[in-house]
Design a protein around this ligand. Structure first.
Ligand code: 4NP
Length: 155
C-alpha cells in the first residue's frame, strides 16, 4: 500500500484537484487497494471548506467531482504518508520546515517532476487569476498524475 498526500497552500484548488485526478487514474487501473490519496494545505485559512467553486466547475467539465474538505498538513502526515507532493516552491519550503525529521523530509517531492509531456517547475496558484489558469492547472495535473502512476507501477 502506497499513501500519497498532495499539498498546496489553501487545499481548495490545486491539491484537491490533484487528488481527484489521481483517484480517477487509480480507479481506472483497479489499484484502489494498492494506492490511497489525500490532500492538505500548508495554511488553514479554508479548513472544512469544499474546493473553490471555480475549481469544482472546471473539474466537473472534465468529469471530476471534488468532495474533499480542506484541512491543514499535520505532523502525523509525515509518518502516515509515503509521498508528500507539493505544487510550488513555497509549498515545498514550508513542508521542509514542518517535517519532524530528516527521514520524513525525504518523502517530500515536487508535482511537476512527474510530468511527462509538459515542462515546467511548478503548478501555479490559480486563485487570483482567470479561467485559463484553472484549465492549465488541470492540464498539468493530468500529465503529472499519469507520470506519478507510471513511476509507482515501475516500483
Ligand atoms: P490553492 O489555492 O493553494 O491551490 O488551494 C489558494 C487558495 C486560497 C488562497 C490562496 C491560494 N488564499 O489566499 O486564500
Amino acid at each position: 500500500m502506497k499513501k500519497i498526500l498532495f499539498v498546496c497552500l489553501g487545499n481548495i484548488c490545486r491539491s484537491p484537484m490533484a487528488e481527484g485526478v489521481m483517484l480517477r487514474l487509480i480507479q481506472e487501473a483497479g489499484l484502489e487497494k494498492e494506492i490511497k490519496v489525500d490532500s492538505a494545505g500548508t495554511a488553514a485559512y479554508h479548513e472544512g471548506e469544499l474546493p473553490d467553486s471555480r475549481m469544482r466547475s472546471h473539474a466537473s467539465r472534465r468529469g471530476y467531482q471534488l468532495t474533499h474538505r480542506s484541512r491543514p498538513v499535520t505532523t502525523d502526515d509525515f509518518y502516515d504518508f509515503d509521498l508528500i507532493i507539493g505544487m510550488d516552491d513555497q509549498n515545498i519550503n514550508n513542508l521542509y520546515k514542518y517535517a519532524p525529521s530528516v527521514e520524513t523530509s525525504q518523502k517530500i517531492h515536487r508535482m511537476t517532476d512527474y510530468c511527462v509531456n509538459m515542462s515546467t517547475d511548478h503548478v501555479p496558484d490559480p486563485y487570483y487569476g482567470g479561467s485559463s489558469g484553472f484549465e492549465y492547472v488541470i492540464d498539468l495535473l493530468e500529465d503529472a498524475c499519469a507520470g506519478l502512476l507510471d513511476s509507482l507501477r515501475k516500483e
